[in-house]
Design a protein around this ligand. Structure first.
Ligand SMILES: Nc1ncnc2c1ncn2[C@@H]1O[C@H](COP(=O)(O)OP(=O)(O)OP(=O)(O)O)[C@@H](O)[C@H]1O
Ligand SMILES: Cc1ncc(COP(=O)(O)O)c(N)n1
Length: 258
């Protein structure tokens, strides 16, 4: 399966998190790099986008020869890259999990403000599952959620842009870590205990890649999301200190348990 995302030199989020997740879930990981970040446990020190032609060329190389069973998108950076990727995934016969990455855990911008409209009108409509966190919901739809009660409103506002399913992540609320998956008719609440662990770098990338890996294996969207939630919860519980700031989740927690 394929991730279209930015590189995190610290190895906790982005392309690196995606490929580790794909391996841990028994799939073959491939990647289209959209941007390179200089990043560590303290934040993002720099970010450089690739030319849009390089993004398109990587995508065509992989899809035309090897083929894909599922695609995941993460950091896309600019409106130009968002629009190119939206067109590429819309033309690919595989489910697409779109993580509309806006800012890093440290508050560094990973998407230009000028790209928001392209995310709304081009990328979200091409998604099988869109996985915004609550800050991204606010940025994209204007809906602000401060408690579980508001998550239905958030999902409706995201679904209005056209993804088949919305997975609203409540990781930034307090209390249990609750997410809502809905296609507008079915509703699935995913709840896990909140782990009191500050080493959560990469949670969003890991969850979205895990959903894509499960879809690649042929699971339905609700089954894929339930299995992905279980995987990311274990990875957060096993998150560990690395560097002087926020350490990564542990993508290999199941290997170590075994
Ligand atoms: N402390 C925690 N304990 C358990 N689960 C958590 C915790 N924090 C987040 N989660 C879960 O992790 C997943 C990712 O959610 P989150 O809201 O953190 O995504 P994100 O904001 O995109 O990630 P990031 O903050 O790294 O950019 C969700 O399933 C969420 O419920
Ligand atoms: C290159 C890159 N992509 C995405 C994120 C967001 O990470 P998270 O998984 O924590 O939402 C990041 N920090 N860096």
């Amino acid at each position: 399966m394929l991730t279209v995302a930015g590189s995190d030199s610290g190895g906790g989020a982005g392309i690196q998190a995606d490929l580790k997740t794909m391996l841990a879930l028994g799939t073959h990981g491939m990647c289209v790099v959209t941007a390179v970040t200089a990043q560590n446990s303290l934040g993002v020190q720099g970010a450089w986008e690739l030319p849009v032609d390089a993004v398109r060329a990587q995508y065509r190389s992989v899809v035309d020869d090897i083929g894909v069973q599922a695609v995941k998108t993460g950091m896309l950076g600019s409106a130009e890259i968002v629009e190119a990727v939206a067109e590429l995934i819309a033309g690919t016969d595989a489910p697409a999990v779109v993580d509309p990455v806006g800012v890093s855990k440290h508050g560094d911008a990973l998407l230009a403000a000028s790209a928001l409209d392209s995310v709304r009108t081009k990328l979200l409509p091409a998604a099988t599952v869109a996985t915004p966190n609550l800050d991204e919901v606010a940025q994209l739809t204007g809906v602000r959620v401060e408690s579980e009660d508001g998550m239905r409103r958030a999902a409706a506002a995201v679904l209005a842009y056209g993804p088949a399913w919305a997975l609203i992540k409540g990781g930034h609320l307090s209390g249990d870590a609750v997410d809502l998956l809905t296609d507008g008719s079915e509703e699935h609440w995913l709840r896990s205990p909140r782990h009191d662990n500050r080493h959560t770098h990469g949670t969003g990338c890991t969850l979205a890649s895990a959903v894509a890996a499960q879809l690649a294996k042929g699971r339905s969207v609700p089954e894929a999301v339930a299995a992905a939630k279980e995987y990311v919860t274990g990875a957060i519980a096993a998150g560990f200190a690395l560097g002087g700031g926020i350490g990564p989740v542990d993508h290999g927690w199941r290997f170590r348990e075994a």
